[in-house]
Design a protein around this ligand. Sequence first.
Ligand code: FES
Length: 158
Amino acid sequence: MSAFVFTPENEEKFAALLQRYPQKSSLTLPSLWMVQYQEGFISEDAIVFLAKKLETTPMNIYSVASFYTMFNLKPVGKYHIQICKTLSCMLRGSQEIKKHIENRLGIKAGENTKDMKFTLTEVECLGSCGSAPCMSLNEAYKENLTIEKIDAILDSLA
Ligand code: FES
C-alpha cells in the first residue's frame, strides 16, 4: 500500500493556506478536510503525512480527527447517511426511521453496504432540531423525515 500524498491541487492549496497562518498546527482542520475530500476518509497514512507537514505528531492529528464526527476514520460509501439520534429527533421518531433505513439497506448503523454505495451512521445533534427528525445525506440536510420521505430518497438513489 502506498503512502498518502496530496494531489498537486491540494499541495497548491496547502501552500497557499500556509501563507495565512503563522502556526502550522492551525492548518489541521483545513488539511483534514482536504484529505477527506481527496480520499473519502482519514487513513493512518494520511495522519502520518499530515503530522510531517504540520510538524506535529500523528497523535495530535488523530486526536483532532477523532474528536469531530464529521471526519470519517474508515472508508464510507458513496452515500453517507448520518441520522441524528439526539433528543428532539428521537422524540419525533428517528429510531423508527433508523430501523427502516437499516431494513431497506440490509445493514446496521455503523456499517457500509457490501457494494459501498451506502453508509449509515448515527450522530449527535445536527443543529436542526426545529426540523426533527433529520439526517444528512453527504452534505445535504434532509429534514422533517417520515418513512415515506426516506423511501423516496432511497428510491431516487437506487
Ligand atoms: S436533536 Fe436532531 S438535529 Fe438536534
